[in-house]
Design a protein around this ligand. Structure first.
Ligand code: KG4
Ligand code: ZN
Length: 299
């Protein structure tokens, strides 16, 4: 609910800044990094206006940061920058985006592919609602439900969209609809042979496995095609344990160093914005900085 999000942002921005300045000496601040987009317009406005006010008050330059770029710069907070070698393959999986990007160096990104419909996180959230296990950010709850499943009795019954396509794009909308159809059939007693194998836990597990199969399959294909020296994960869905484990296993067998953000740095947070600001140093003039809700990862 964009209106509520913006109002909450107004309510919290000053207390958050108060908290920051109770521990960070103002002299230690070199610049103010702020998210320019993509995101909800109301929230972006609040952040940008606060950043401009800080920039004026502290007489420090402003740095514009792309929200999606900030996600994978979480990795530069918990690994040494020297350890991450280029070209690197970046997989950003969040509530609004699913992107595969080739990172040649800081600030030099090449777009490889994106979702053509729902983002991975969005599919997790919508499917959680379909399974009746979560209304808000249900992806986490869906994953918890899947973890309760001892054996995936529904293995292979859902599609792995676009996995066999020779490109780096994704599609998750059909997978969500296929899951919905299984639930509807279960409710109307039309599952046939699958009826004995059906449980919400198994369906959650099969859905999660299908998403992970596609994300990992496409990422590994791109990593091999471009002979990358590192693979970086980022975004809210980077907190998904089966995704992390599968990437660890598959990159290990290919000998590609994998970089995973700390769990607490996967979702939206300011330290990753600071990290992206520090490494990219995209300074902007006060009057040139305005929110851009539809910024893409390579803008
Ligand atoms: O990056 P983020 O915090 O916000 C956006 O920029 O969108 O991502 C939030 C998304 C939500 O869809 C949420 O359900 C999903 O990340 N998410 C997860 C997990 N933790 C968060 N999805 C699957 N498994 C998780 N453990
Ligand atoms: Zn995000």
């Amino acid at each position: 609910m964009p209106e509520i999000a913006a109002r909450k942002q107004v309510e919290f921005i000053i207390p958050v800044l108060d908290q920051v300045f109770s521990t960070v000496p103002k002299e230690d601040i070199d610049a103010i990094a702020v998210t320019q987009g993509p995101g909800l317009i109301g929230s972006l406005i609040v952040g940008i206006e606060a950043a401009k006010a800080l920039s004026l008050a502290l007489n420090k330059p402003l740095i514009a940061v792309n929200h999606l770029v900030a996600h994978f710069y979480a990795n530069f907070l918990n690994y040494s920058a020297d350890a991450i070698k280029f070209p690197a393959l970046v997989l950003v999986v969040s509530g609004g985006h699913t992107d595969l990007v080739l990172m040649h160096s800081h600030g030099n990104l090449e777009h490889l592919g994106s979702t053509i419909d729902d983002a991975a996180g969005e599919a997790f959230d919508k499917t959680a609602r379909i399974l009746g296990i979560g209304d808000y950010l249900g992806g986490v709850k869906l994953s918890q439900k899947a973890a309760e499943c001892k054996e995936n009795t529904l293995a292979g019954t859902l599609p792995r969209p676009m996995l066999d396509k020779d490109n780096y794009d994704f599609s998750f909308s059909g997978l969500k609809t296929a899951t919905k159809r299984v639930v509807e059939k279960a409710e109307s007693g039309e599952l046939g042979d699958l009826a004995e194998k059906y449980s919400v836990e198994a369906l959650a597990c099969e859905f999660e496995t299908a998403v992970v199969d596609v994300l990992v399959g496409k990422a590994i294909k791109a990593a091999s095609d471009f002979n990358v020296k590192s693979l970086l994960l980022g975004g809210g869905v980077a907190a998904n344990i089966p995704l992390r484990t599968r990437l660890q296993n598959e990159t290990a067998s290919l000998g590609i160093p994998l970089f995973l953000p700390e769990l607490r740095l996967c979702g939206d947070n300011a330290s990753t914005v600071a990290s992206a600001g520090f490494f990219n140093q995209k300074f902007v003039d006060f009057e040139d900085l305005s929110p851009n809700p539809s910024l893409t990862i390579t803008d």
